[in-house]
Design a protein around this ligand. Structure first.
Ligand SMILES: O=C[C@H](O)COP(=O)(O)O
Length: 337
């Protein structure tokens, strides 16, 4: 039978009545590459697909619980624009949305103080307007670097891009891995690449984008997840949003279990960021429920969980408005670009 589900016993990171994201997590120091561990990683595809398929139907989240989950989801969004036609003006509008993702009247009706999104995520060239627009808010700017999305520019340039993004004010860097290292089973090359990128990030937290839709098998996803964590990734992220297949529940299950495995063996908590194609409020709840079931309440905080999403916030805001007023507003009212 479907069970009601409360998002967490853990409160949102709170400053008085204000609920803000905070990246308080200690960095992942990484460890030497343990090839025995990597090669022992397997993925039982049919069991994973069965479990993933059962997830959306198994939990029923209604009314106040649903609103609480959706507010939690907002605090975990890396509000993203990654388009060739991005402009400073668009980024400023996005940042305004990140600062105030839900209308104050709705928040008041829900008994909530102000909230913000987890971060704003942009290309390198858009860091400066984002940093300016978010000054004083504590909302981090995340930049996609390393020749995003293909990651095929010269290695030295990719490292330089990271350094430039950090210098421009990004406090989180989303790097893309070289898929060919995974597809050819060259785990040492993947480890060395990730290690160098982490080093180039300095104090900025690093998210490793695996581009899982291009890795061939779930077993490769499990192994690449482990190698990136061993090399010091603070987060592992599914996709750039530009692959033909982006975040999925089976891939998420594999990556989340790799995070659990890594935590059990090293004591280090790694964050998870599903990204690409997550645009519906109900999907956000499914992902949060998956995190809660597989990793526990601690992973429902923005320092350990993010959605990479450009349009998810629009749908969540519509659902919250419906919860409060009983009516759906027109979709265009919640557009961010
Ligand atoms: O990292 C974030 C993704 O690029 C966003 O993808 P989306 O536009 O499908 O939400």
């Amino acid at each position: 039978m479907a069970q009601p589900l409360a998002p967490s016993q853990t409160p949102l990171v709170s400053t008085g009545q204000t609920h803000l994201p905070q990246v308080t997590l200690p960095r992942n120091p990484g460890m030497p590459l343990d090839l025995n561990w990597v090669l022992a990683a397997r993925a039982n595809t049919s069991a994973i697909e069965r479990r993933a398929a059962s997830l959306p139907a198994r939990r029923s989240v209604k009314k106040a619980h649903q609103a609480a989950w959706l507010l939690r989801a907002i605090t975990c969004i890396d509000l993203t624009t990654l388009s060739g036609d991005d402009t400073a003006r668009r980024v400023e509008r996005l940042c305004a949305k990140a600062r105030q993702p839900v209308a104050p009247a709705l928040l008041k009706a829900l008994g909530m103080g102000p909230i913000t999104t987890g971060a704003v995520c942009v290309y390198h060239e858009m860091i400066a307007p984002a940093v300016a627009a978010l000054a004083g808010t504590g909302i981090p700017v995340a930049a996609v670097s390393t020749g995003f999305p293909a990651g095929l520019s010269p290695f030295e340039l990719r490292l330089k891009e990271i350094e430039m993004s950090v210098a421009a004010g990004a406090s989180e860097i989303d790097i893309v891995i070289s898929r060919r290292h995974v597809l050819s089973g060259n785990w040492q090359a993947l480890y060395d690449e990730m290690r160098a990128m982490r080093e180039a990030c300095g104090d900025a937290h690093v998210k490793a984008i695996l581009a899982t839709g291009e890795l061939g098998t779930l077993r490769n996803v499990a192994r690449a997840s482990l190698v990136c964590m061993m090399a010091g990734a603070d987060f592992i992220k599914t996709s750039t949003g530009k692959e033909s297949v982006n975040a999925t529940l089976p891939v998420s299950l594999v990556m989340i279990r790799a995070i659990r495995d890594y935590h059990e063996r090293t004591g280090v908590r790694i964050g998870y960021k599903p990204a690409g194609g997550i645009s519906k409020a109900k999907d956000a709840i499914t992902y949060l429920a998956l995190m809660k079931e597989e990793l526990g309440d601690r992973w429902l905080q923005p320092d350990l969980f993010r959605f990479g999403a450009s349009s998810l916030l629009n749908d969540i805001e519509r659902q919250l408005e419906h919860h409060v007023t009983g009516n759906y507003s027109a979709g265009y009212r919640h557009a961010t670009s």
